[in-house]
Design a protein around this ligand. Structure first.
Ligand code: SF4
Length: 526
């Protein structure tokens, strides 16, 4: 195979470049959110002897300027909220004759929509798939999926050029982040989560040990962020690998895990091995209690037990984030709002991450909501993020929903909340990160208030949120164009209205075997 010029870009931000106060956020936090798979593909392409250009976009410059103009192939990784920028890259590089390939969360969630812009769409892949793509073995229009999660990825040592280009290059960075995996997939089946459909695999402990030893020897001050959807499912095996390093050599690290995994003796073991940050998901006070380890508890009982669990964990580990999803079908009335607000007040040392259920194409709620006509099908993917509602909540009208969300967000930014977060016993670095996150919540709250005001004064907008078939309201169209900046001229509005129907068909007819191509024309056939 001839030596090819290959570009790989990980789109981490969903807006045109910006300066001002945002610079601190993007340099300290946003640029750290790199995905591992684009780095893996970069390593594989380099192993095959190609000329590889890897970049991440976090708002620093127009994304198409971050790569050379004359690429043979461009791989783009994007999440759904940033997909309009990914589509713009496909248009720009496609017009230059570059073959364009999309992977990552958006490609897995909405492959049929991606197919409208990219030559190839890749879900789960492996080195053989990438080799075949480079060799031109897939026809334009193919959706490629091995149907299984990867079990092994290139070592940290092999990923060093990519790490040096991203997380390890930040000047004056608070953290020198090394993203790592000790497992892939998750055994739980939360219906709002894209990881619920992936098979769980632990990374071999010898591989993990080797990576950790390399980090200890070569990356001073590294902070390992485990990207496992659910760290520690095979707890003893993973911890044995971490404990194989002498205590002084173990890099500090952070994990996201379920409360059911985080029993006291385990939390102590995490702390003893350098764990500084844990991010468990509580999600809802009325559902998902099995993963919180509170199988029968709901409502206030569950809240009291979770507060107790955090008090226990705090005796050992300094930093926490706790994740909630507000507006699942289990949520109704005032109870979720009051319990979440109370929890936020009582546990000020844990950063509260509040999200809105979003019907991504590879989640259980997508199929459910679509069947129940509860997906707002006209909403562009650029607005698939908080505070935009892309579905009709079962127990709340849009205005009531936003009133409740305002109350929850207000409890985070209240003076009392901010002060107790500042004065709580915590590492200075963690407090600093929580303060940067606080500015994001102020911003969210402003947008929720604005949407609430718009809904109050616009009956047609309210009808849109009740599911009345109509074209996209002007306010959402304007927001979508804003998010594209100069790239807006590449699109008509119709380009940005999602193709959800074919995504739904693709899910039904999705191949389970390895390296199967699904041609465009067969997508509608269940
Ligand atoms: S436990 Fe976490 S990672 Fe696993 S399916 Fe539920 S939300 Fe997703």
């Amino acid at each position: 195979m001839k030596r090819m010029r290959i570009g790989i870009i990980d789109v981490l931000y969903d807006m045109p470049p910006s300066n001002g106060g945002y610079q601190i956020y993007r340099n300290q936090l946003r640029r750290q959110f790199v995905s591992i798979m684009p780095q893996v593909i970069s390593v594989w392409c380099r192993r095959m002897g190609h000329d590889v250009h890897y970049a991440t976009y976090y708002g620093q410059a127009e994304p198409h300027t971050l790569l050379p103009d004359d690429l043979d192939i461009l791989f783009v990784s994007s999440y759904t909220q940033a997909s309009a920028l990914a589509y713009a890259l496909a248009r720009i590089f496609g017009a230059r004759g570059t073959r364009t390939v999309i992977g990552g969360p958006h490609a897995r969630a909405f492959p049929a929509d991606c197919q409208r812009f990219f030559d190839l769409v890749v879900g789960n892949c492996d080195e053989t798939v990438i080799r075949d793509i480079l060799a031109g073995h897939y026809a334009p229009g193919s959706i490629i999926d091995t149907g299984r999660t990867l079990t092994e990825i290139p070592s940290v040592e092999e990923r060093m050029p990519e790490l040096r280009a991203t997380t390890l290059s930040a000047r004056f960075a608070v953290l020198r982040v090394v993203p790592l995996l000790s497992s892939m997939g998750c055994p739980y089946t939360c219906n709002f989560c894209s990881d619920a459909t992936s098979t769980y695999h632990a990374v071999g402990s010898e591989i993990l040990k080797k990576d950790l030893q390399y980090i200890a020897d070569n990356i001073p001050g590294a902070y390992v962020v485990y990207h496992d959807p659910n760290f520690g499912v095979r707890f003893d095996e993973t911890m044995a690998a971490i404990e194989s390093l002498p205590p002084k050599q173990r890099p500090a690290y952070g994990v996201q895990s379920t409360l059911s995994v985080l029993k006291e003796e385990r939390v102590r073991r995490l702390a003893d091995t350098g764990c500084l940050y844990i991010a468990p998901g509580v999600e809802s006070w009325s559902d998902f209690s099995n993963k919180s380890g509170k199988v029968r508890a709901t409502g206030r009982d569950k809240m009291e037990q979770v507060v107790g669990h955090f008090e226990m964990m705090r005796r050992h580990v300094p930093g926490f984030q706790v994740n909630f999803v507000f507006g699942t079908d289990a949520d109704q009335g005032r109870a979720p709002v009051e319990l979440t607000s109370e929890f936020i007040r009582r546990v000020p040392y844990a950063w509260p991450g509040i999200s809105i259920p979003t019907p991504f194409g590879d989640t259980g709620i997508f199929t459910e909501y679509l069947e129940q006509n509860r997906v707002l099908t006209q909403m562009p993917f650029a607005l698939y993020y908080k505070p935009y509602l892309n579905f009709i909540p079962l127990h709340y009208g849009a205005m009531e929903y936003y009133e409740s969300l305002m109350e929850i967000l207000s409890s985070i930014v209240s003076l009392r909340g901010a002060l107790s977060r500042l004065t709580t016993r915590n590492l200075l670095r963690i407090k600093g990160i929580h303060m940067v996150q606080l500015t994001g919540v102020y911003h969210d709250l402003r947008r929720v208030r604005e949407l609430y005001r718009l809904l109050k004064g616009d009956a047609l907008l309210r009808r849109f949120h009740e599911g009345l078939p109509m074209k996209l309201p002007a306010v959402y169209e304007a927001r979508t164009w804003e998010r594209l900046g100069r790239y807006a001229e590449l699109f008509q509005l119709a380009d940005l209205i999602p193709d959800l129907i074919n995504t739904s068909c693709k899910r039904v007819s999705s191949p389970a075997s390895v390296n199967v191509e699904v041609a465009t024309s067969s997508l509608g056939v269940a």
